[in-house]
Design a protein around this ligand. Structure first.
Ligand SMILES: N[C@@H](CCC(=O)N[C@@H](CS)C(=O)NCC(=O)O)C(=O)O
Length: 412
């Protein structure tokens, strides 16, 4: 098997896709960071990157330059680009378009103050377009975190490299880019980033160079998860959870002790509730309905054995009716959304998280305290809701949660 030397500067830049491809291809390769401009005359076109291939049979080394050419050569050789020209072209055009965005970014940095704004607008226009096109392609591909098919491809790697270049450790000239690019990320693109990083072929790369999760999982410029603390209120009747958002300046910490306010604040801040009020209300009303079911359920548990049988029966019937309505309405919603496992569109939303945690509470936690209710609830479960549970748990955004708290979807 051939081995490789990859020559580039010690930055992501035009080299990151090739590094990722060589890593994913599991070939023998090393990197050289030449002294510059001392080594400039020794490069075929006086610029980097350059790839040197030592063949296994002793034939002369192959030296190629131009980042796009190198990337395609490695991608084709190791099966990250399809052999079929049309399907390959569909991926290659994405790479060229991403490259245009990078060039537009550098162009706006290098012009005079007077021209900067219009060049910046041009860069943003190109960036918005690639974000929209990539997000649409990801949705069309079933939002599985891949742009094409179900496996890591040239297009996935390229897009991921683009994100790394702007988000992680940018060069001095990319100084303000992380906030700008981060603000434009869509859930589909964030999912691509976590999916690419979770690919075993890239394990070595990610563990050596660090991952993007911290950057892409927080789409807004709101606080990071590390800025939160879960506190305990000395509450006489339980409900001890409180969320404290620590302030980074001298302003006071923000303390929430009402579940709904807390959940909606987080959901809005991190893009799990749409900004559009009517779209958000569609999700919020589901939660309000779920609270109604929960209240009925708690009454039927609290009423205990002291109450007359007829009262207990009545309360239980009311609970079951409301529960059935709730389950049917949500099942219908899932069907209307193409039974993708998501309640709305093709990404994780507040509604998905709400119904998931409700099912978990009633089926798993009630199995300890109120076996009968847990059994009845489970009996009413529909395939659509079971799929939602599995989809939520398979979402890379919840990987850390699931690995810590276990899978609930196995119950079905
Ligand atoms: N079109 C070339 C551009 C290469 C390029 O601009 N390389 C820069 C680094 S990103 C370089 O070598 N700069 C040093 C120099 O020009 O002396 C490619 O995509 O490979």
């Amino acid at each position: 098997m051939a081995s490789y030397i990859f020559r580039y500067f010690n930055v992501a830049g035009f080299g990151e896709t090739t590094r990722l491809l060589l890593t994913a291809a599991k070939v023998d390769w090393s990197e050289e960071n030449p002294e510059w401009p001392l080594e400039k005359p020794n490069q075929p076109f006086g610029r980097l990157p350059v790839l040197i291939e030592h063949s296994a049979d002793g034939s002369p080394d192959l030296v190629i330059t131009e980042s796009g050419t190198i990337e395609r050569y490695v991608a084709r050789t190791y099966g990250f680009l399809p052999a079929d020209p049309l399907n390959a072209a569909l991926q290659e055009q994405l790479r060229d378009r991403l490259n245009d965005v990078v060039l537009a970014f550098f162009a706006h940095k290098s012009v005079s103050e007077g021209e900067r704004q219009s060049m910046h607008d041009k860069f943003e226009e190109l960036l918005d377009k690639v974000v929209a096109v990539h997000s649409e392609l990801l949705r069309k591909n079933g939002n599985n975190g891949h742009l094409f098919g179900t496996e890591l491809s040239f297009a996935d790697i390229n897009t991921y490299a683009f994100l790394r270049m702007f988000l992680i450790n940018p060069m001095p000239s990319l100084e303000h880019s992380p906030q700008l690019v981060k603000a434009k990320l869509t859930p589909e693109i964030a999912k691509l980033a976590v999916t690419v990083e979770a690919d075993p072929l890239l394990e070595a790369f990610v563990s050596k160079k660090g991952g993007l999760a911290e950057y892409v999982l927080h789409k807004s410029s709101g606080p990071r998860s590390s800025d939160f603390e879960q506190g305990k209120l000395d509450h006489p009747n339980g409900c001890p959870v409180v969320l404290i958002q620590k302030s980074s300046d001298s302003s006071p910490d923000l303390v929430f002790n009402k579940f709904i306010a807390m959940e909606r604040y987080l959901a809005r801040t991190y893009g799990f509730l749409p900004a559009d009020p009517s779209q958000a209300a569609l999700q919020e009303q589901l939660h309000d309905e779920q609270r109604g079911v929960m209240k009925n359920l708690l009454i039927s548990v609290a009423i205990g054995i002291e109450a007359a049988q007829v009262v207990r029966d009545l309360v239980f019937i009311m609970f079951e009716e409301r529960l059935e309505k709730f389950i049917n309405a949500h099942t219908e919603l899932l069907r209307k959304n193409g039974n993708t496992g998501y309640s709305f569109s093709s990404t994780l939303s507040y509604a998905d998280l709400m119904i998931y945690s409700f099912m978990k509470l009633v089926i798993i936690e009630f199995a300890q305290s109120s076996k009968d209710i847990a059994r009845r609830f489970k009996g009413k479960m529909t395939p659509e809701l079971a799929k939602l549970a599995a989809t939520v748990e398979a979402d890379p955004l919840l990987e850390a949660y699931v690995s810590q708290r276990g899978k609930f979807a196995n119950v079905f």
